[in-house]
Design a protein around this ligand. Structure first.
Ligand SMILES: Cc1cc2nc3c(=O)[nH]c(=O)nc-3n(C[C@H](O)[C@H](O)[C@H](O)COP(=O)(O)OP(=O)(O)OC[C@H]3O[C@@H](n4cnc5c(N)ncnc54)[C@H](O)[C@@H]3O)c2cc1C
Length: 411
């Protein structure tokens, strides 16, 4: 990988320019570099390198088996394990207003674990390490996209420092507030959930038992994700006002409230790290592609974090787009930005992503409600599903990305 620097005078030409070097953009960059494409990755912020002496990043992701396979194929998985990753063997979900609960165990599926909790910083750092080893990748950072012009034979990108790039295909991997999406004139349907996800790293009185815990409260779901050092990374989804109050509390008060909200499942909360809060919204871009433009990851869609699927869906976007582009001959003999080709990517991914978003909204509605019939329905549903072996197994296999149509990198 070369650091292309910011040369305002030179027009640089690539096969694909990826705007956004976050987790999803870096995954796509690596997949396309492995196909021998000349890639530029533009990233606005210098990523924070992983430091083993530093505390856990507050942003973690529950990485599915499908995402693990993608990282394995791209050679980035060993780097993630070597930095810091926390496998979990069980998942336990229950309702605060009844006795319905469901328990998943990797042994029932004959799997070594159900997935891994990994810090976002670790995922990005390990991907960028592999990206640096590719000599057909230019890493432009810090650099921000200012203008985008789509022409018949290619797209032209102008950076804020005046530097210009050209490529037959531009991919927006620039997150929920995608500049590429905006400059391409693609609308986005966004539904703010009126909730924020409060995140922190906490120590509990009792061990987490390598279990991802989720308690559904009428005010929103609360997840405790197990970390390798024995602590848990929590995601507490709460209405805006409640989230603001949670953020304003001192540590002792927050620990007490957290213990109560979690039904003291792991005893008292012994310590809490500094907290952060993220606004939660579901969104879908009106189109994932335009001629010479494709959107992946949060630039194309966001969902409620209650099932920990957002980034996993983004990795599947990247792997699917890589599959679609793999068939295009190199050296300018094929057109990587051809609309009909990009539509194949959109057709494959959009339905899946919309379905996931609707499912999360359905869960949120079903569980975030005090009405007695809904409380009965969810408790009965959880209990029945827990007893119905095949349904339960299919549910977890889907969440792990082991069933359904998968791109080649995820198999
Ligand atoms: C509380 C919370 C918990 C979550 N938990 C999970 C989970 O357990 N599992 C899971 O799968 N997902 C989870 N998610 C979702 C997940 O964090 C996102 O889906 C994921 O970060 C999206 O990655 P991305 O690379 O698409 O976008 P981003 O991570 O937003 O990366 C975009 C990148 O583009 C860069 N950029 C932006 N604009 C420009 C520009 N104009 N020019 C150049 N660069 C630019 C940014 O600096 C950034 O590096 C969670 C989300 C939240 C809020």
């Amino acid at each position: 990988m070369s650091n292309a620097g910011n040369k305002a005078d030179a027009m640089q030409v690539f096969d694909v320019v990826i705007v956004g070097g976050g987790m999803v953009g870096a995954t796509l960059g690596l997949a396309l570099a492995r196909q021998g494409r000349r890639i530029a990755v533009i990233e606005a912020r210098e990523p924070t390198p992983f430091d083993p002496a530093a505390d856990y990043d507050l942003r973690v992701s529950a990485i599915s088996r499908a995402s693990q396979r993608i990282f394995e194929h791209l050679g980035a998985w060993p780097g993630m394990l070597a930095r810091r990753a926390s496998p979990y063997a069980h998942m336990h979900v229950w309702d605060a207003t009844g006795n319905g609960e469901i328990h998943f165990d990797c042994a029932e599926l004959g799997e070594p674990n159900l997935g891994h909790i990994i810090e976002n910083r670790v995922i990005q750092d390990a991907l960028l390490e592999r990206l640096r080893a590719e000599d057909n990748v230019s890493w432009l950072c810090p650099a921000s996209l200012a203008a985008l012009a789509v022409e018949a034979d290619g797209a032209r990108l102008t950076m804020e420092d005046g530097c210009e790039l050209r490529a037959p295909l531009v991919v927006g991997a620039d997150g929920a507030r995608s500049r590429v999406r905006e400059l391409a004139g693609i609308d986005v349907a966004r539904q703010a959930y009126g909730q924020r996800g409060v995140v922190a790293t906490v120590a509990t009185e009792r061990p987490h038992a390598a279990t991802a815990w989720q308690r559904f409260l009428p005010t929103g779901p609360l997840a405790f994700l197990p970390l390798a050092d024995g602590r848990c990374s929590i995601v507490w989804s709460a209405d805006d006002a409640r989230a603001e109050a949670l953020m304003a509390m001192d540590d002792a008060r927050f620990a007490r409230e957290l213990g109560v909200a979690f039904g003291h499942r792991l005893g008292e909360i012994v310590s809490v790290s500094p907290r952060a809060a993220f606004p939660l919204a579901g969104s879908q871009a009106a189109a994932y592609v335009r001629p010479r433009i494709a959107l992946v990851g949060d630039a194309a869609h966001t969902i409620h974090p209650l099932a920990g699927q957002g980034a996993n869906l983004g990795f599947l976007d990247a792997a699917t787009l890589a599959d679609v582009l793999a068939g295009v001959p190199g050296d300018g003999r094929g057109d990587l930005g051809h609309h009909a080709l990009l539509r194949r990517y959109e057709r494959t991914r959009r339905g899946d992503n919309v379905l996931s978003m609707r499912a999360m909204e359905g869960f949120k509605l079903l569980f975030g409600n005090d009405l007695a019939p809904l409380a009965w329905l969810r408790n009965t549903g959880l209990a029945l599903t827990n007893r119905a072996g095949p349904v339960k197994h299919e549910l977890i296999r889907r969440a792990m990305g082991l069933s359904g149509e998968r791109p080649s990198l995820a198999r």
